[in-house]
Write a protein that binds this ligand. Structure first.
Ligand code: ZN
Ligand code: ZN
Length: 314
């Protein structure tokens, strides 16, 4: 491969240029002409900008957007200041490039704003701290690249998102509709934040799960294998109303007692497969809740969703 002939050390050359521009500026400062001072300083601004962007690559064909993602990829899951992205991009409008990287190119770049929103579910805070990001301390204009793998379906998802975002429906309905369009797919907190434009969306997700029985899982809620800050609707199916009010400790007792397996067919989560309609374990009341059956471990058994449907059909 032939290398383009270019100066061996562009950053050093730019640094020297900048120093000499600033040295010459000392003379300008002695004069009164404001306009002249400003005009003389302009090349120094440009040179400083060029110096910043030269740190990433000296190849002219690489644009600001490429430099931003190249920089972030070197520091995944680490908090990066917006100002750093300004330096490496060399442009004032770097924030717009970050958005393009996220929406059109599928990079999971989370902003400090989104971390704060996700942290409204206080039990998720620990998950973030575990990877070294404290959502309570991160600033709104800081960024984290959560995955170094490009999400190739993201552009399509963001189009869907845009349609739902414009609808005049409640925040909760928007979230549910969006997740239903992405069943079994990982959706980022950044998407839900953009979808709802409210600070409250994480709370609404929680309500959808705990109060309305939608199987929305996260790393912290049922799916250890998922990355932090990702939400996934396992199937288009609400838990039976009578199953929703079971206290968590009771739920844990029953699942543990039944070895996290369907007591009818033996299915367990490690058998999860795209072609198998069995997607989750649910608890069934032996004596129906509406007939006075209680939410106690003795009155509950573990069933997979398929067996559970079967039981209710009879
Ligand atoms: Zn079963
Ligand atoms: Zn049931």
């Amino acid at each position: 491969m032939s290398r383009r002939s270019q100066p061996t050390n562009v950053p050093e050359q730019l640094r020297r240029e900048l120093v000499s521009l600033l040295t010459n500026f000392a003379e300008e400062l002695k004069h009164d002409n404001l306009r002249r001072k400003v005009v003389t300083l302009v090349p120094a601004f440009h040179t400083l900008r060029d110096l910043g962007s030269s740190l990433i690559a000296t190849d002219d064909s690489i644009g600001a957007r490429d430099r931003i993602i190249a920089y972030l990829k070197q520091y995944p899951k680490i908090i990066i200041d917006g100002d750093e992205l300004m330096v490496v991009s060399g442009i004032g409008e770097w924030a717009r490039r970050v958005r393009e990287l996220r929406v059109q190119y599928g990079w999971w770049i989370y902003s400090g704003v989104t971390f704060k929103q996700m942290a409204q579910n206080s039990d998720d805070v620990q998950e973030f701290r575990a990877i070294g990001i404290d959502p309570l301390l991160i600033k709104p204009d800081q960024y984290v690249l959560m995955s170094t793998t490009q999400d190739l379906e993201a552009a399509y998802r963001w189009n869907v998102l845009d349609d739902i975002r414009k609808q005049k429906i409640s925040t909760k309905s928007k979230i549910l509709e969006y997740l239903k369009k992405n069943i079994g797919k990982q959706v980022t907190g950044e998407e839900l934040s953009a979808l709802t434009k409210t600070k409250e969306w994480a709370r609404r997700v929680r309500e959808l799960r705990t109060e309305e029985g939608w199987p929305i899982v996260t790393k912290n809620a049922g799916r250890e294998d998922l990355p932090v800050g990702v939400y996934l609707l396992e199937s288009d199916r609400q838990a039976h109303a009578h199953d929703r009010k079971i206290p968590d400790p009771v739920r844990v007792n029953v699942l543990t007692r039944d070895h996290f397996r369907c007591t009818k067919c033996g299915w367990s989560r490690d058998m999860l497969s795209p072609d198998d309609p069995r997607k989750m374990l649910e608890l069934h009341h032996i004596h129906q809740h509406k007939d006075g059956g209680s939410n106690t471990a003795e009155n509950l058994i573990t069933l997979c969703n398929v067996c559970h449907d079967e039981v209710h059909r009879h």
